[in-house]
Design a protein around this ligand. Structure first.
Ligand code: ZN
Length: 144
Protein backbone atom coordinates (compact mmCIF):
# COMPACT_ATOMS: atom_id res chain seq x y z
CA UNK A 1 0.00 0.00 0.00
CA UNK A 2 1.25 3.46 -0.88
CA UNK A 3 0.79 6.56 1.27
CA UNK A 4 -0.93 9.58 -0.23
CA UNK A 5 0.61 13.04 -0.06
CA UNK A 6 -0.48 15.71 2.43
CA UNK A 7 -3.58 17.48 1.01
CA UNK A 8 -2.51 20.83 2.49
CA UNK A 9 1.07 21.15 1.25
CA UNK A 10 1.67 18.10 -0.94
CA UNK A 11 4.51 16.57 1.09
CA UNK A 12 5.16 12.87 1.50
CA UNK A 13 4.30 11.81 5.06
CA UNK A 14 6.98 10.99 7.57
CA UNK A 15 6.73 7.53 9.13
CA UNK A 16 7.73 6.75 12.67
CA UNK A 17 7.50 3.52 14.61
CA UNK A 18 7.58 3.90 18.38
CA UNK A 19 7.41 1.34 21.18
CA UNK A 20 4.37 1.52 23.44
CA UNK A 21 6.12 0.44 26.60
CA UNK A 22 8.71 1.89 28.91
CA UNK A 23 10.40 -0.56 31.25
CA UNK A 24 7.61 -2.64 32.72
CA UNK A 25 4.94 -0.04 31.90
CA UNK A 26 2.69 0.09 28.88
CA UNK A 27 2.09 -2.55 26.24
CA UNK A 28 5.11 -4.76 25.94
CA UNK A 29 6.19 -5.67 22.38
CA UNK A 30 3.55 -3.34 20.95
CA UNK A 31 4.32 -0.51 18.57
CA UNK A 32 2.63 2.60 17.28
CA UNK A 33 2.93 3.47 13.61
CA UNK A 34 2.54 7.17 12.98
CA UNK A 35 2.38 9.18 9.80
CA UNK A 36 2.79 12.95 10.06
CA UNK A 37 3.33 15.67 7.51
CA UNK A 38 6.95 16.82 8.00
CA UNK A 39 6.37 20.16 6.27
CA UNK A 40 3.14 21.76 7.47
CA UNK A 41 2.80 19.41 10.46
CA UNK A 42 -0.96 19.79 10.27
CA UNK A 43 -1.89 16.24 9.44
CA UNK A 44 -1.20 13.13 11.43
CA UNK A 45 -2.66 9.67 11.66
CA UNK A 46 -1.61 6.23 12.70
CA UNK A 47 -2.44 2.94 14.33
CA UNK A 48 -1.05 0.65 16.99
CA UNK A 49 -0.83 -3.08 17.25
CA UNK A 50 -2.17 -3.45 20.79
CA UNK A 51 -5.21 -5.34 19.57
CA UNK A 52 -3.45 -6.91 16.58
CA UNK A 53 -0.96 -9.71 16.60
CA UNK A 54 0.71 -9.04 13.29
CA UNK A 55 2.86 -5.95 13.12
CA UNK A 56 2.38 -5.75 9.36
CA UNK A 57 -1.39 -5.60 9.88
CA UNK A 58 -1.16 -2.58 12.15
CA UNK A 59 1.35 -0.92 9.81
CA UNK A 60 -1.09 -1.39 6.91
CA UNK A 61 -3.88 -0.08 9.11
CA UNK A 62 -1.80 3.02 9.88
CA UNK A 63 -1.34 3.66 6.15
CA UNK A 64 -5.05 3.18 5.58
CA UNK A 65 -5.89 5.60 8.42
CA UNK A 66 -3.52 8.19 6.98
CA UNK A 67 -4.88 7.76 3.45
CA UNK A 68 -8.48 7.95 4.68
CA UNK A 69 -7.72 11.20 6.46
CA UNK A 70 -5.96 12.62 3.38
CA UNK A 71 -8.97 11.74 1.22
CA UNK A 72 -11.41 13.20 3.74
CA UNK A 73 -9.51 16.48 4.11
CA UNK A 74 -8.82 16.89 0.39
CA UNK A 75 -12.50 16.32 -0.41
CA UNK A 76 -13.33 18.94 2.22
CA UNK A 77 -10.90 21.39 0.61
CA UNK A 78 -12.49 20.86 -2.80
CA UNK A 79 -15.98 21.71 -1.55
CA UNK A 80 -15.92 25.11 -3.13
CA UNK A 81 -19.63 25.55 -3.68
CA UNK A 82 -21.13 27.74 -1.02
CA UNK A 83 -23.89 25.35 0.03
CA UNK A 84 -21.40 22.55 0.58
CA UNK A 85 -19.24 24.77 2.75
CA UNK A 86 -22.31 25.80 4.74
CA UNK A 87 -23.10 22.12 5.17
CA UNK A 88 -19.67 21.19 6.45
CA UNK A 89 -17.62 24.01 7.90
CA UNK A 90 -15.27 21.85 9.86
CA UNK A 91 -13.27 18.67 9.51
CA UNK A 92 -10.59 17.27 11.79
CA UNK A 93 -8.80 20.41 13.06
CA UNK A 94 -9.66 22.55 10.03
CA UNK A 95 -12.45 25.08 9.66
CA UNK A 96 -13.63 27.42 6.92
CA UNK A 97 -14.06 31.01 8.10
CA UNK A 98 -15.70 33.67 5.96
CA UNK A 99 -14.01 37.07 5.93
CA UNK A 100 -16.04 40.30 5.42
CA UNK A 101 -15.24 40.41 1.70
CA UNK A 102 -16.78 36.96 1.22
CA UNK A 103 -13.60 34.95 0.98
CA UNK A 104 -13.47 31.65 2.77
CA UNK A 105 -10.14 30.93 4.39
CA UNK A 106 -9.01 27.81 6.19
CA UNK A 107 -8.24 28.05 9.90
CA UNK A 108 -6.35 25.59 12.03
CA UNK A 109 -8.59 25.42 15.09
CA UNK A 110 -5.83 24.01 17.29
CA UNK A 111 -3.94 27.29 17.30
CA UNK A 112 -6.50 29.63 15.62
CA UNK A 113 -4.13 30.44 12.78
CA UNK A 114 -4.72 30.69 9.06
CA UNK A 115 -3.49 27.59 7.27
CA UNK A 116 -0.78 28.81 4.92
CA UNK A 117 -0.81 27.32 1.46
CA UNK A 118 -4.38 26.11 1.81
CA UNK A 119 -6.90 27.04 -0.88
CA UNK A 120 -9.24 29.98 -0.37
CA UNK A 121 -12.28 30.90 -2.39
CA UNK A 122 -14.65 33.81 -2.72
CA UNK A 123 -18.40 33.75 -2.90
CA UNK A 124 -20.45 36.53 -4.44
CA UNK A 125 -22.88 36.86 -1.56
CA UNK A 126 -21.47 38.51 1.54
CA UNK A 127 -23.18 37.39 4.70
CA UNK A 128 -22.04 38.80 7.99
CA UNK A 129 -20.37 36.05 9.91
CA UNK A 130 -20.51 35.47 13.64
CA UNK A 131 -17.59 33.12 13.42
CA UNK A 132 -15.28 36.03 12.67
CA UNK A 133 -15.80 37.35 16.18
CA UNK A 134 -14.26 34.23 17.59
CA UNK A 135 -11.28 34.73 15.35
CA UNK A 136 -10.79 38.29 16.63
CA UNK A 137 -11.10 40.34 13.44
CA UNK A 138 -14.18 42.30 14.42
CA UNK A 139 -12.82 43.27 17.83
CA UNK A 140 -10.19 45.63 16.45
CA UNK A 141 -12.53 48.62 16.13
CA UNK A 142 -13.58 48.48 19.79
CA UNK A 143 -10.08 49.00 21.07
CA UNK A 144 -9.60 52.42 19.39
ZN1 ZN B 1 1.53 19.05 4.86
Amino acid sequence: MKTLKCPICGSEPHYEKSPMWHGSHGYHDCYRHDFTCPTCKLLESGADDVSRVEEKTSYDQAIKNWNDKVKKVSKFLKNKEKDKVEEQKMIDRFQWIQTPDGTYILIDTWNDKVVEGAPTYTTSSTNSSDSLKKWGHTDDTKRN
